[in-house]
Design a protein around this ligand. Structure first.
Ligand code: MN
Length: 495
């Protein structure tokens, strides 16, 4: 039995959004309400706290999508309280006494784990989490378009108009089914109040330059205002990248843009939030959140402004660039390692889509674009990571294993054809293989962070942190890549 269907049998329930709800909280609560009602539960959708909803897009969302959200001071009687887009007992949601409690959220965990606590910080929105669970529970979205429209808009607003999508599931939700575009357009163009326009103006006049990255501070505001401001700052010629931030729910929220290939916005977001929050997106646009409680642990006494500044300085002082076609690394002087004979996955691109198709592979590390060709295979690593490989290199380096299944991975990539948009799961096309033939590489541990531009993608680099490994295959020293430290020790041995 799934958690959702288990909860639906617990009698009267109340679903609570965080105080001052945003579109993601409203959408998550509303969708969950419809699911529970479809299972016969009786549900009320509420929020509490100091302020009522005033933002024009949220008032419009409530009426256009028929969301029966109520403001309450007192807790209605119930057997089960579910908080969405927030965690029961956390600072951003009024705490009510309740017999049973369940939690669905996508922020950094602040409460202990439990059987009815589902928190996935890697997701861009709580709407993604609720959609994924409802889909697993067999909910018929096409029979209730308000629900999908709400979830779509929830994700849209939490990721600055899909520009800061983090997880492949976020992208899957964004493309799940047709949305009412006229409705989304109305909501999208009702977000800015006159006061918020003033916030944007104040933000833009606050810019300072740290190295080659612009840093701008906003007054506390909606994430969309941050995204809007960073879209403008990105266009400033002196900024290779820019970071816009503001105070937000016990921490700071970041919106990041990049204009050069040597800085991927998603990787800068991950660097700035490492150990203190979460962040991600794509190469050009990303977002993140830093918890002040965590900052206090790694840098006691530092203000959020100082912390962010010092991380930006450290980021720029501390990386090397390696261009595979123009590097001067002497790999022959590095250690010699042998690939262990551990089964991996592979697939022929032409089995998935016909020769010449433009395909995009959605992985945990982002989308990889390539052409389907008899010459191009895909490798699937032990953590579900995917990378393209030339057929002759594959044949020289791996032996196919007939009749052997792939191991389970956290997320099995989806391959889509760019023009038709058709999507196929990779798993049915994948077979197992084992390193054989050319199994030797030259590798060394990285002392500094390093970005490697490979032959495959001119716009995207592989990022290695200090402690990861840089390697080149012994038979082709221009085939340079980065191996995560953990994966390196599990898949290579000193020769
Ligand atoms: Mn959210």
């Amino acid at each position: 039995m799934t958690l959702l269907s288990d909860l639906s049998g617990r009698g009267n329930m109340v679903i609570q959004c965080h105080d001052v709800p945003d579109a993601d909280a409203m959408a998550s609560g509303f969708a969950l309400m419809r699911y529970m009602e479809s299972r016969g539960a009786s549900v009320r959708l509420i929020y509490s706290g100091k302020g009522r909803i005033t933002k024009p897009n949220l008032i419009l969302m409530q009426s256009l999508l028929h969301i029966p959200l109520e403001y309450v001071e007192e807790m209605p009687r119930c057997d089960l309280l579910i908080t969405v887009d927030c965690q029961y007992g956390a600072g951003n949601v009024r705490k009510f006494e309740a017999g049973g409690v369940a939690v669905f959220d996508h922020h950094r965990p602040e409460i202990p784990e439990g059987p009815s606590v589902v928190i996935r910080p890697s997701l861009g929105s709580c709407s993604t989490l609720i959609w994924d669970l409802m889909r697993g529970g067999g909910f018929d979205f096409s029979a209730d378009p308000d629900v999908y429209n709400a979830l779509y808009y929830g994700l849209f607003t939490d990721t600055c108009g899909f520009s800061e999508l983090r997880h492949p599931l976020d992208r899957d939700l964004a493309e799940f089914m047709p949305v009412s575009w006229s409705l989304i357009k109305r909501l999208k163009n009702s977000t800015l109040s006159k006061e918020e326009l003033d916030v944007v103006a104040g933000t833009l006049s606050s810019s300072i330059l740290i190295g080659e990255i612009g840093l701008l501070k906003a007054a506390p505001c909606d994430p969309n205002i941050l995204g809007f401001s960073s879209d403008i700052a990105q266009q400033v010629e002196q900024f290779n990248s820019c970071v816009v931030y503001c105070g937000y729910a016990g921490g700071i929220k970041l919106s990041i843009r990049s204009s050069v290939r040597e800085i991927m916005a998603s990787e800068l977001a991950a660097f700035l939030t490492r150990d203190v929050g979460s962040g991600g997106g794509n190469i050009e646009k990303a977002g993140g959140y830093i918890s002040l409680e965590c900052v206090d642990k790694v840098a006691p006494g530092a203000s959020p402004d100082d912390f962010l500044r010092s991380r930006l300085e450290r980021y720029q002082d501390n990386f090397d660039l390696v261009y595979c076609d123009a590097h001067n690394l002497d790999f022959t002087a590095y250690g010699r390692y042998r690939k262990l004979r551990i089964p991996l996955g592979y697939a022929r691109t032409t089995d998935i889509f016909p020769e010449g198709s433009q395909i995009s592979i959605r992985t945990l590390e982002g989308d990889i674009d390539t052409l389907s060709s008899a010459d191009t295979f895909l490798m699937i690593g032990i953590s579900g990571e995917v990378y393209p490989i030339k057929r002759d290199r594959f044949d020289a380096s791996y032996e196919r294993m007939v009749g052997r299944d792939l191991p389970e991975t956290e997320y099995m990539p989806v391959v889509s054809e760019k023009i038709s948009g058709e999507k196929k799961a990779l798993r049915p096309y994948a077979g197992a293989c084992i390193p054989g033939g050319d199994r030797f590489v030259r590798a060394r541990e990285l002392a500094r962070a390093t970005k490697v531009f490979s032959n495959w993608d001119r716009d995207r680099y592989f990022y290695g942190a200090a402690g990861d490994y840089i390697a080149a295959s012994e038979s082709d020293l221009s085939d340079v890549y980065i191996i995560n430290r953990d994966i390196f020790f599990r898949t290579y041995a000193k020769a």
